[in-house]
Design a protein around this ligand. Structure first.
Ligand SMILES: [Cu+2]
Length: 253
């Protein structure tokens, strides 16, 4: 009896070991690829100071971002980042693009000797920081996933983007159009590429249990539903040129 029992325990142990081994052998992989969008030529925007002097600058260019869509139980959301800031410096946002986990608070310090008025009408986070002088800063907490387009009421060429994510897999596409996401557990994911001027594309991509590198081309994807409110600078300002944009239409939307 004793030997039979021992055998059973040994068999179960072996089976458990085999299962654990199989789980351990499911290797993380790399999702690599290209995300090249056809972009419109850079736009210029003008503002007029009360003195009558006018300034024309090129609207800020913002790189394309690639991220895994949604909440993924196997890819736990990292805690909110701390110490993130988007400065207003030389009448530009620095940096113009950040990707943060949901719940992150970003500071918006004014480092210029003139006023800015930072705002967003994007659905995941609407805010209007009003005007404040050099050396002051105001925080905004980004608590809903999606894309938040940020502008300055005073300088129409200023724009920035905050992408709020729900899992740790995201990257900024390089100037060569390439990106790569490493250490992705096996599974099937929706991968989204988003650009402020070109919109979104998504593809389904599977990392096999054997890991390895999976190559995707986001240009082959279909339009993705990215939570955002697509109001561009020109649309906000209408034909009136620089100045306070109209208030968004209330409710019913
Ligand atoms: Cu400004």
């Amino acid at each position: 009896m004793r030997s039979t029992r021992q055998l059973t325990v040994a068999t179960l142990a072996t089976m458990g070991f085999a299962w654990a081994l199989a789980a351990a052998q499911a290797k993380a992989g790399t999702i690599a690829g290209t995300a090249v969008f056809e972009l419109p030529p850079p736009k210029k925007a003008a503002m007029r100071y009360p003195s009558g002097a006018s300034v024309i600058k090129t609207v800020e260019s913002i790189p394309t971002v690639v991220f895994v869509e949604g909440v993924r139980p196997e890819l736990p959301l990292p805690p909110p980042l701390e110490g993130i800031a988007i400065a207003q410096k030389d009448t530009m946002f620095r940096p113009p693009l950040v990707v943060v986990p949901k719940g992150t608070t970003i500071d918006f310090p004014n480092q210029d000797p003139e006023f800015h008025n930072v705002f967003s009408y994007s659905k995941p986070k609407r805010f209007d920081l009003g005007r404040y002088p050099k050396g002051e800063s105001k925080p905004v907490t980004f608590d809903k996933p999606g894309v938040v387009k940020i502008y300055c009421e005073i300088h129409p060429w200023m724009r920035a983007v905050v992408v709020v994510v729900e899992n740790p897999f995201h990257t900024v596409v390089g100037a060569d159009g390439r990106f790569s996401l490493r250490d992705v557990p096996p599974g099937t994911y929706t991968l989204i590429a988003w650009n402020v001027d070109a919109g979104s594309r998504k593809v389904s991509v599977t990392v096999p249990p054997t890991g390895g590198e999976v190559e995707v081309n986001l240009a082959d994807g279909v339009k993705a539903e990215v939570p955002e409110r697509s109001i561009g600078v020109a649309e906000l300002r209408g034909a009136a040129g620089p100045g306070r944009p109209p208030e968004p239409r209330p409710a019913g939307e």
